[in-house]
Design a protein around this ligand. Structure first.
Ligand code: HEM
Length: 407
């Protein structure tokens, strides 16, 4: 199957059946076969098509057409004023885009506002841990997801990682707000705009002069890639919280999952790929996330930029070693080694030996703090780290790119 004909299939509307057939005809790019059953999904049933060959058949041709028509700068300008979920779309948008967005902003019938209220309580209680985990576990993990690292590095936003991080942090911030999916919240807007951004990247990256040399695929950001990144977020976060023995009531755990199922849906992931339970999420993550983790030159550069983000605050004197040690602690020696993160004689053992008791004390599971100063230090560090990653979550505009990284 040559690249051109695959693209034509996509342009023709990307009939799922046809794409499923392609996956049989195309040599697997060393990916484990997709055996996860849609019975364990939010939809409860599905075609069984490997999401490696499914993209976004509604948004992709539409945004490709906006780019080809030169409409993107005007659209970005108009969409800057669209910030709240319940706000009418700005006047003057191209009719095809308006129709798509009106439909894409609708919550699915399975959205449960009671669960969302519980999810907010969870976010409120666990905000500190969540900020650190999103930033340092999920954020650093994204640099060892090769397809994501390459897509981010060679797309327009790769040239300004601080700006990019702040936009991604906005999604992590929005999903944790009280009114995330309500009329006065912003999560739906963030998701619909991001869906458009991803569609633009699918059209633009294949035109980058670097892309054919680095990528083993023509069109990036498949639904399988989306799920890989999704697992680097809620699945990884919940696995860590459980490993740390943070007590989480079952209803809050289920509600946190629900908010991310909804987030995935609003980003354009099909319900047949979104896990219905944590057990299903863990099973899918074992299949799609763990086997793909690997270093790339692009990921190593991105990780270095991330570790240096605190440099503007303290010239990197304290923040870089601490962020590096935290990455090693959260993601393990192998990933730290891949990212060329050096060992930290003070912070590595401190985290290894004291983190468990620190959590236990914080959660009231241990009656007496064993070393109050060290725990205070951790608490203070958590606050700083969460702030570092989330302070950028000020009103910020997610914009559709119309070029790739310039150099
Ligand atoms: C853009 C989140 C999956 C690659 C964005 C943005 C957000 C976001 C919030 C907008 C920020 C910006 O404009 O810079 C997510 C979430 C995902 C996901 C929550 C999954 C649940 C992926 C995957 C890839 C990817 C799987 C690649 C394999 C990109 C790229 C951009 C982007 C290249 C555009 C950067 C630019 O402006 O040039 N994503 N993303 N994303 N994302 Fe994703």
């Amino acid at each position: 199957m040559d690249k051109l004909s695959r693209r034509n299939v996509l342009k023709a509307g990307g009939a799922l059946g046809a794409l499923g057939a392609l996956s049989v005809a195309t040599p697997a790019h060393a990916l484990p076969p997709w055996t996860w059953s849609a019975q364990g999904s939010v939809a409860g049933a599905g075609t069984g098509t490997d999401p490696r060959w499914v993209w976004d058949e509604q948004a992709d041709p539409l945004v490709a057409s906006l780019l080809d028509r030169g409409d993107v700068p005007r659209v970005n300008q108009l969409l800057r004023t669209w910030t709240k979920n319940g706000q009418p779309l700005p006047a003057g948008l191209p009719a095809d885009l308006r129709d798509f967005m009106e439909q894409a902003r609708q919550l699915p019938s399975w959205a449960d506002h009671g669960k969302l209220a519980t999810a907010f309580r969870f976010n409120e209680k666990r905000g500190l841990y969540l900020g650190v985990l999103y930033g340092l576990a999920s954020g650093m993990m994204s640099t060892v997801i090769p397809k994501e690292a390459r897509a981010v590095y060679y797309s327009q936003g790769g040239a300004d990682m601080k700006d990019r991080i702040s936009k991604t942090a906005k999604l992590g911030y929005d999903i944790g707000t009280r009114n995330a999916f309500a009329a006065d919240g912003e999560m739906i807007v963030t998701c619909v705009k991001t869906r458009l951004v991803h569609a633009a990247v699918r059209h633009l990256l294949p035109q980058s002069p670097y892309w054919p040399n680095v990528a083993d695929e023509e069109i990036p950001i498949s639904q399988r890639d989306m799920m890989v990144t999704w697992h680097s977020l809620p699945t990884t976060v919940m696995q860590k919280l459980n490993a740390w023995k943070v007590p989480i009531p079952a209803a809050e755990s289920a509600a946190f999952l629900h908010s991310w199922q909804l987030g995935g849906h609003m980003l354009g992931i099909k319900d047949e790929y979104l896990p219905a339970s944590w057990a299903e999420a863990n099973a899918q993550a074992d299949q799609v996330l763990k086997p793909v983790l690997a270093p790339t030159p692009e990921g190593i550069k991105l990780a270095d930029i991330l570790l240096n983000l605190g440099a503007s605050v303290d010239a990197g004197i304290l923040s870089k070693p601490i962020l590096g040690a935290f990455t090693r602690f959260l993601l393990g020696d192998q990933i730290a080694g891949w990212l060329k993160i050096g060992r930290e004689p003070i912070w590595d053992p401190l985290l290894r030996l004291s983190w468990g008791p620190f959590i236990a004390v914080r959660e009231g599971l241990l009656p007496f703090p064993l070393a109050p100063e060290a725990y205070w230090l951790f608490d203070e560090f958590l606050r700083k780290a969460a702030l570092l990653f989330l302070s950028e979550a000020r009103p910020i505009s997610i914009e559709i790119p119309d070029t790739n990284r310039p150099s």
